[in-house]
Design a protein. Structure first.
Length: 727
């Protein structure tokens, strides 16, 4: 179905939906509706497809007698979140609270299913309950887990702890898997109250102890595409290796400007370059972004695959790219000494750091030097003589970059922009995929320079297109919920801090003040994470509702079209606008597709983030499994009714179970956020230092267990006996 047919289909769909929702509509069967609406015989299949689509989307329902009717009041469509104990929750988009679904009311819903629910009467003080009316769409088609073999059959124990029960595998469907193999099983039956779900193994990933199998397990479980199809790879033959003179024609030629890229040492997809000089009392900042849409045409195999992936996925020791390497590391990568096509945002910045003018244009650039964060920081922060001599001709520009970055950052801080600066993990992997070390990723001023320039371009582009009133895809971040802010205020009161906020007035400046107060404190990382958890998740939207965290009205993602589809999408709109091709037909086209694209981009971003978190957790478990019995100093990072979390200086977090604590320790309530010794009076509150011993690790649950080292306890540190001197 081409775009024109799709638009016609969607208009008919909307008309049918409005007809069914009309107050005077009596519920009808399919044939009755065809007769009433006089649907021609050759269009009845399309009409049935429309009814099926509306039903699957949860917009209408089909009764047991086959009559179509609108969804009643108190009925919602949402995503089922399973639990090993049989019950579940349903998350409805736009609602603050999830619905609780008792086991008897799940109607066989599986974790990840899209379901239609009916809200039940809510007793005072109780959580809102619901019953599943219908499973609209199965969310999980495949399950990743560990194979458990019996004589004539087996089971897959799912990695996902939200799946209720194991998956039965007949011998004929076992694919010869052995006990302990990590496998992918396709679900062939979702089971019922009597029968277990059933599946067949379609891929063996390796043994559970194989370092490679854990990463593959996460990728397969989240259904992240890895390999590119033959159709996509065949289409690459039309992509050139070098930029031709004809492709450069009509573009603004900026090859004479001193141009650099600044990235990590290992980066290969270089999609942003910088120029900066001073003229007429202004700083002339150029942010040049690879012109990916010149090669990735709308609805081409490459474009469809990029949309399907949504984003590149960075998994500790590997990247699953959004685009094939010929593009991401080749013609679209702004490699040193190569002519490259770019879409540039050229900004005029005054001496106070205000962006007072800009131009968006198609350009040709040529990067003089491929710089690393390490080298630029060595020049502007450390004034390293060797690096300064090596890049002597660029040093004045780097020093100007530092100055302009400071101006931009100061202006953002004035308006209340929040800069979270907690420790991120840096995990080193050897050639066999095993973790050799875990530490803290060091952020330097060079990282902040690039961040400041990218933010400036993203804001400038978003504001420009907002006022042009053209269909666009924005990056938005909503104000946090008042109850979560109140919870944060309660938490930080343990550190003697006050958080000024009310239900009517929550301003990002208060978060900024909090982060400034804790700068350099032992609990800085902890409180920063608490503040971050208070925030809502940023997402993509066609509505420009502002960005709370950046304290700005206009924001979008423009600077990474190699690795993010939203950036690629708005590049396409910008280029059409530059060339005057955004006529009424194209505007209607973007109005039709952008809501769906933005929602899909948000989902794919969350999927990639989940994969990155899961792989990081697995690698930390793998690393700490080699350090069982060793003692570390850490701090209390969280408390639940089961015990407390402890974070180590290398960013690894583990759990101390209250059941494993000495008898003279007990737990008050979560509101107290402390472990307190009844007899000794010893208290552990969030942020307190504590000495622990690594007790156990579990790759299945991605968990690490610690035990407290008590005074007088003999311990071993890396093979040497150590007597604890904890007071």
């Amino acid at each position: 179905m081409d775009n024109k047919d799709l638009e016609l289909y969607n208009r008919r769909k909307q008309t049918v939906y409005e007809f069914i929702c009309d107050d005077d509509y009596p519920p009808m069967k399919f044939k009755e509706m065809c007769t009433f609406l006089q649907v021609p015989g050759d269009e009845r299949q399309t009409f049935l497809d429309i009814l099926n689509d509306l039903t699957e989307e949860g917009l209408i329902i089909r009764s047991a007698k086959g009559r179509y009717q609108k969804v009643g009041e108190g009925t919602y469509k949402g995503t089922f979140i399973g639990n090993q104990r049989g019950f579940g929750f349903v998350r409805v988009e736009g609602m603050k609270e999830d619905f609780f679904v008792p086991e008897k009311n799940t109607m066989g819903a599986f974790h990840g299913d899209t379901v239609l629910i009916r809200a039940e009467d809510r007793p005072k003080g109780m959580k809102q309950e619901a019953s599943v009316i219908k499973v609209l769409e199965r969310g999980l088609k495949k399950v990743v887990g560990v194979y458990q073999k019996n004589k004539n059959f087996g089971f897959v124990i799912p990695d996902n702890l939200k799946i209720d029960g194991d998956i039965f595998i007949s011998k004929a469907n076992s694919m010869g898997a052995m006990a302990g193999h990590k496998v992918v099983a396709e679900i062939i039956s979702y089971g019922d109250k009597v029968k277990s779900p059933e599946g067949k193994i379609i891929e063996i990933l390796g043994h559970i102890n194989d370092p490679e199998s854990d990463v593959l397990s996460v990728v397969r479980a989240l259904d992240i595409p890895v390999d590119f199809s033959d159709e996509v790879m065949d289409s690459l033959s039309q992509i050139p290796d070098f930029v031709s003179a004809s492709e450069m024609a009509g573009r603004t030629d900026l090859r004479h400007l001193q141009t650099v890229t600044i990235d990590g040492e290992d980066a290969k997809d270089l999609d942003d370059a910088i120029t900066l000089y001073e003229a007429d009392g202004m700083y002339k900042l150029g942010v040049h972004i690879a012109d990916v849409t010149h090669y990735v045409k709308e609805n081409s195999p490459l474009d469809k695959e990029a949309l399907n992936r949504g984003t590149s996925c960075y998994l500790v020791d590997r990247v699953i790219p959004m685009l094939p390497h010929k593009l991401s590391n080749g013609i679209c990568s702004l490699n040193e000494g190569q002519d490259r096509l770019a879409l540039s945002c050229l900004m005029d910045i005054d001496q106070k750091g205000h962006i007072v003018g800009h131009k968006i244009c198609e350009t040709v650039i040529n990067v003089d030097r491929r710089m690393s964060y390490t080298s630029v920081s060595a020049i502007v922060e450390d004034h390293d003589p060797g690096e300064t001599r090596k890049y002597e001709e660029l040093v004045p520009m780097f020093e100007m970059m530092l100055h302009v970055s400071d101006l931009l950052r100061a202006n953002r801080r004035k308006r209340g922009s929040i800069d979270f600066d907690f420790d991120e993990s840096k995990i080193k992997i050897d050639s066999d995929g095993k973790v050799v070390s875990i530490g803290v990723y060091e952020r330097r001023r060079s990282n902040e320079i690039i961040e400041d320039f990218m933010l400036a371009a993203n804001e400038t582009i978003a504001e420009d297109y907002f006022w042009q009133d053209i269909p666009f895809e924005y990056r938005v971040h909503e104000t946090p919920d008042a109850d979560r802010v109140e919870q944060l205020a309660l938490l930080i009161s343990n550190f003697g801090m006050y958080f000024k906020a009310s239900k009517e007035n929550i301003h990002p400046k208060e978060f900024q003040k909090l982060l400034n107060r804790i700068k350099g404190e032992p609990y800085e990382n902890l409180v920063s994470r608490m503040a971050l958890r208070t925030m809502k998740q940023a997402k993509y939207s066609t509505e420009c509702t502002g960005h709370f965290g950046l304290s700005c009205k206009y924001y979008c993602h423009f600077t990474s079209p190699i690795r993010r589809y939203p950036d690629l999408q708005i590049h396409r709109i910008i280029k059409e606008n530059i060339h005057g091709r955004l006529d009424s037909r194209r505007i209607e086209h973007y109005s039709m597709i952008l809501d769906r694209v933005a929602d899909d981009n948000s989902r794919k971003e969350r999927r990639a983030e989940e994969a990155e978190r899961d792989v990081e957790k697995l690698k930390k478990v793998e690393y700490m499994s080699a350090h069982i019995g060793e003692v570390y100093d850490g701090f209390v990072s969280g408390v639940t009714n089961r015990g407390m979390f402890v974070e180590l200086p290398n960013t690894v977090e583990g759990f101390v179970n209250v059941a494993d604590m000495r008898d003279d320790y007990y737990y008050f309530s979560q509101e107290d956020y402390a472990m307190i010794g009844e007899d000794t009076g010893k208290q552990y509150a969030i942020g307190d230092p504590i000495q622990i011993k690594v007790k156990n690790t579990d790759k299945m649950t991605k968990s690490i267990d610690f035990s407290i080292v008590y005074k007088g306890e003999d311990t071993f540190v890396k093979g040497k006996r150590k007597h604890s001197h904890r007071k």
